[in-house]
Unconditional design. Structure first.
Length: 160
């Protein structure tokens, strides 16, 4: 079977090696693009006369699909991570993560409660410890108070 149409990646001393065709499919480019990348972005390993590429090296150029990004972001939101943490870890623009967060809130029925300075509730209460039902009610009441009295509090802060 030709290395270009080989279905399964090769293994060399425990490392996964990909053919040009496998590398091209993995990062969403043509085989000729892989050839142009050889020696510059990708370093091939010659095995039995075939150009093979280390999987981690190929994955540096792999584009994350929208579905993969959404899955990773949703899992992080489920774990209690805020939008800022997700942007930093996934290295995506804030607008894209905010849109995903809105969709996550819609699908989970979640509501983001913001404190007076715009921080999410998990950041406001981070150092308090476990978020018990009683503490959650108190935080929501506090956030509602700030929300209802925002203009009056802002005016008082000008002179305070």
């Amino acid at each position: 079977m030709s290395a270009e149409i080989q279905a399964e990646p090769s293994r060399c001393e425990g490392e996964v090696l990909l053919t040009r065709a496998q590398a091209a499919r993995r990062i969403g480019v043509s085989v000729s693009t892989i050839r142009r990348m050889e020696g510059a972005e990708l370093e091939p390993v010659l095995v039995d006369g075939k150009h093979l590429f280390h999987l981690p090296e190929v994955d540096r150029y792999r584009r994350v699909t929208d579905g993969e990004l959404a899955a990773r972001a949703f899992q992080m939101f489920n774990d209690g991570r805020c939008v800022i943490d997700v942007v930093i870890e996934l290295q995506e623009p804030p607008e894209r993560i905010e849109k995903l967060h809105e969709r996550w809130c819609h699908h989970t029925g979640s509501t983001v409660v913001l404190g007076f300075d715009g921080k999410s509730l998990d950041r406001v209460c981070k150092d308090i410890g476990p978020l018990t039902p009683k503490l959650l009610r108190e935080c929501i009441m506090l956030a509602a108070y700030f929300d209802e009295n925002r203009a009056r509090l802002a005016e008082a802060m000008k002179y305070g």
